[in-house]
Write a protein that binds this ligand. Structure first.
Ligand SMILES: [Zn+2]
Length: 606
């Protein structure tokens, strides 16, 4: 290339330090971003359709400490197969040549996609790009922590035989299994959708670590929604894919389209519905009420977000006169901030679809209070139609109100002081328990305090956002035959809140999950306690239901830290003499088939 810039290692390092101000095109020129070959979907789609074989837009930020593996600041690929007990050599990084190489010196790229090191780089580059999707200003505008101690998520591309892939917090890893069908080996580490789905679990576990203690089926379903949403939103960023969709649908996204069948490899090989088909459905909350299958239930919310995508695209075409490709791309860009930024506003425990819908609307309101195009009414209508919000919510949200309010605190704390550390944030909470509805005896813990710099879709900087998550445990004794072998045991119900402020101290959102104990004598305290009591009832009912259907096991994990093939949806273990329940952080490609209501497809050892 004539315009190639040659940099010394020192010069590249210096530029790396100021890369935020450079802009992506110059970053490419300066080799601060490196393009890697990855499958757009998977080898089967690649074989069937050359145009959609590889993704030409997978760029990863160069890092000074990139190493063999690949190993980067946040990920480490370790190719250990627990079944065959083999460790495959890592892909070798060559900083000079700016690429990864197989042990024999072959460049790792699309020409040699059968080489195991291509698999390593494929899955690594995809999660790197997905992490950036969450962390950049159009997303959360901050670093995403993991849900475990340590900064590197381990990626096991060939973990062993099985029709599955997992995110597993305890082994700090994403594990991808492989299986043979029709004389073909199917590698889940080469399926982009599966990688994105699992990675969605990892991100959600990082930013909301208590969701994994979910007893409510809806919270488990939200975890699944996050996986599918990640897969859908990133797939739609691919230009070739969008052009294909437009061509095949004549521009009408509500028609049957390739989007409904993107996970083609698994559509072919696994009897169960491929999960990306969940985007197009007409399920409402009433259809999934009482259901305990998280994948099935998640479709209501995935479907709602897809309705919003379709609605916005249509609006851009009909009211703004954009061409279909422009409208579609603008919508996809908008969906990133619209769907990802609200995650910061979610409560720390027991999230429901309604919590997410309210967070989506609130995030949009704080970013663009005037809403001249009435986008929020469009979204609101979708959520009401799906039964996620009701008419009363709609009326309340459409009533004119102040966009920003401040807390009427007992003891003033400056926002910057609150954001200083968890200890500072705790003193703010403790000084203001009365205002914040925190019972005086609750041992409240600040689980996260973070500061974010989010952007609007037009790349306008929003005021800095400070978010504080806090929880406490309310002791609960399980009493009655409905709790089976747990009758008489102590456990706890998680309570808490997420308070999000901008740098002027305006409340962006305050999502609370109250306890059942009194917090004071004002009418607002009584209302809060009533909500807490309703939560306790729902918690106990959900637990009894899960016990009745045999959905709680005690053992997680097989030999050598690998997850066994069939894990119970919920596990129990004892911490400090009290029971804790925890979701099995796994994704079964065929969950819905093996996970029928009341069925027992896993072994319980007690
Ligand atoms: Zn999942």
């Amino acid at each position: 290339m004539a315009d190639e810039v040659r940099l010394t290692a020192e010069e590249r390092l210096a530029l790396y330090g100021v890369r935020r101000f450079i802009g992506s095109e110059l970053e490419d020129k300066l080799k601060l971003r490196v393009r890697f070959d990855v499958y757009f979907q998977d080898p089967l789609v690649a074989a069937a359709d050359a145009e959609l074989a590889f993704d030409d837009g997978c760029f990863v930020e160069w890092e000074p400490e990139l190493q063999d593996g690949p190993t980067s600041a946040r990920f480490a690929v370790v190719d250990y197969d627990g079944h065959t007990e083999t460790l495959t050599p890592p892909a070798r990084w060559d900083d000079e040549k700016n690429g990864f190489f197989a042990p024999d010196g072959t460049a790792v790229d699309r020409r040699y996609s059968d080489v195991p090191q291509f698999h390593h780089v494929n899955v690594w580059a995809i999660v790197q790009r997905a992490l950036d999707f969450f962390e950049n200003g159009f997303g959360l505008g901050r670093r995403v922590p993991w849900g475990f101690e340590g900064n590197r998520l381990i990626i096991v591309p060939h973990a062993g035989p099985g029709k599955n892939a997992y995110y597993d917090r305890h082994s700090k890893s994403l594990q991808f299994y492989y299986f043979d069908e029709d004389n073909e080996r199917v590698q889940t580490c080469l399926s982009t959708d599966i990688i994105h789905h699992e990675f969605g679990h990892a991100v959600l576990d990082g930013i909301r670590p208590h969701y994994i203690e979910a007893v409510l089926p809806e919270t488990a379903a939200f975890h699944e929604f996050m996986g599918d949403l990640t897969a859908i939103l990133i797939a739609l960023r691919n230009t070739a894919f969008r052009q294909r969709l437009i061509k095949e649908t004549g521009g009408d996204l509500s028609k049957e389209s390739t989007l409904s069948g993107v996970a083609e490899q698994f559509g072919k090989y696994v009897q169960n519905k491929p999960y990306l088909r969940s985007a197009r459905n007409s399920l409402k909350m009433e259809d999934v009420a009482g259901d305990q299958r998280p994948h099935y239930m998640s479709q209501v919310l995935t479907g709602a977000m897809f309705d919003i995508l379709v609605g916005l695209s249509k609006y851009y075409v009909e009211k703004r006169g954009r061409t279909v490709p422009q409208a579609f791309w603008n919508t996809i860009q908008r969906l990133q901030s619209l769907a990802i930024q609200p995650l910061d506003l979610l409560p720390p425990v027991d999230v429901t679809f309604k919590d997410y819908a309210l967070a989506v609307l609130r995030n949009d309101e704080t970013a663009s209070p005037a809403d001249p195009d009435d986008y929020r009414r469009l979204m609101l209508d979708v959520f009401v139609r799906r039964g996620i919000l009701d008419k009363a919510d709609r009326d309340a949200l459409l009533t004119p109100h102040h966009v920003f309010e401040r807390l009427d605190l007992d003891v003033f704390h400056d926002v910057n002081a609150i954001a200083g550390s968890r200890a500072d944030a705790y003193r703010f909470l403790d000084d203001n328990r009365r205002t914040l509805f925190i019972p005086s005896n609750a041992d409240v813990i600040v689980t996260e305090v973070c500061s974010a710099q989010k952007l609007t879709r037009e790349a306008r900087r929003l005021p800095r956002q400070i978010t504080l998550q806090y929880v406490w445990r309310e002791d609960v004794v399980l009493q009655g035959p409905q709790f089976g072998r747990f009758d008489g045991a102590s456990t706890s119900m998680l309570c808490g809140g997420t308070l999000s402020l901008n740098q002027s101290g305006d409340v962006l959102a305050w999502a609370r999950k109250p306890g059942s104990h009194p917090t004071g004598t004002r009418p607002a305290d009584a209302a809060e306690q009533a909500r807490g009591k309703a939560r306790l009832t729902a918690f106990l009912e959900a637990l009894a239901q899960r016990i009745k259907t045999g959905r709680i096991g005690s053992v997680l994990g097989g030999d050598r830290g690998l997850l066994i093939q069939s894990t119970p949806p919920l596990t129990s273990h004892t911490i400090d003499g009290a029971l804790r329940f925890e979701l099995s952080p796994h994704f079964g490609i065929h969950d819905d088939r093996d996970d029928p209501e009341g069925g027992r497809a896993w072994q319980i050892s007690s």
